[in-house]
Design a protein. Sequence first.
Length: 169
Amino acid sequence: MVWDKRKRIKFNKKANSLLLLVENGLPRSLKPTWDAATNKRILTLDKRLQAPAREFTNTVEEELGIQLRIVQALRTIAEQNALYNQGRTTPGNIVTKAKGGTSYHNYALAMDVVIVKEGNAVWSILPKEVVKIGEDLGFEWGGNWKGFKDYPHFQMTFGQSIRDLKKVK
């Protein structure tokens, strides 16, 4: 048996089978998060992202004691355009460089997360330990981008470009 402590599973090489050994109920990828709003937003993500999103938020809470909230997931084109216009043609700071249809949020492949302390969202750069957990699960972090840094942003594109996604939609 090979024990993977991070995922809390055992793989039986001899029987070539995977045995889930669950601590405290469900695995992190299936267990609801601490936050009802986050759970609802996860359900708007592409099915391939739902388990990693739950595992990300649950792992950060269990291993680091930090509660994350997904504040944005799937966005409509109109919602994306409204965010794009912010700081350009409407009041506020510029928060995105992506117009409607050019964000992975529009295809349910991205989410924005913040830390929650004492019930309040903390809009600051995430600690590197939080980012590492996300990246270890396969997410790309917007804070690593050249040019415009999108610190709350995590996405999984599955090798698909925006052009590819526009063709499918």
